[in-house]
Write a protein that binds this ligand. Sequence first.
Ligand SMILES: [Zn+2]
Ligand SMILES: [Zn+2]
Ligand SMILES: [Zn+2]
Length: 287
Amino acid sequence: MSDVDPVSYVKQEDTVIFKILGTAAAEGWPALGCICDACREAWRLGGKNVRRRAAYQLGETIHVDFGPDSYAQMLEFGLHYERLEHLLMTHSHADHLLPSDLAYRHRGYSVLPEDAMMTIHGNAHVEARIRSNDLPLEDCFARFEPVRLFKPVALSEGVTATAILADHAGEEEAVNWVLQREGRTFLQGNDTGWWPEPTWEFMATQTLDVALIECTYGPNPGGEHHLGAANVLEVRDELSKLGAITADTRVVVTHFSHNSGWLHEQYEEFFGPEGIEVAYDGMEIEF
Ligand SMILES: [Zn+2]
Ligand SMILES: [Zn+2]
Ligand SMILES: [Zn+2]
């Protein structure tokens, strides 16, 4: 099944791989049962136009979000979830969290190594959804750690993660993660909306090597909850003004909705001249 050697995720002595496991918005692309032109084209063209729900893997032990495609991503990319030590959750929306699949770590469903232990970092909504399983987290080889905004947390593999506040998901405190390792800084920026002021103030203290920014709406306007392509350029410009994005920063867009109507090629046409890369499922970034 998994002929992908997990060791390949540790690229060299001094870098780990940040792997983009899914680049779609909530419905996936093609979406379930959808007959829109963008979904029909994704079926026909395949390749980079087929997008799973958003999730990321950093090295062997750090994962971001655990949505309905986590199982498919495990199979596709040869991931070993029993080795996860940290699960960073952005928010509790169903395309980012499928609690029932986390519960299959429970004794009696699966056999995990006796010393397996995954710390789940999330907000109160994430915790409530996970605990609604009625399966004690400890028996799922997991523990919960509430997110504390703008407070760096030391993880594994030399990575430090800081939760920043997004404008997404209404009453819930949705976050994005700033990851640091060996003096390099990586922004995971999907499901952001236009950030609230404290986040911009925090970003003004950062120098990003990689900025992953969402582009859910493509040619359509966004702002609250999600961004469109024009908003991505505004975010890029604002981060540049604050000094967080420099000429050396790699900017990558992700989290695309089929309702945007743009296929991978059209995203590249728009963002190519801006020097911005368009993510696809399986894209790897050295970190
Ligand atoms: Zn999302
Ligand atoms: Zn569609
Ligand atoms: Zn969401």
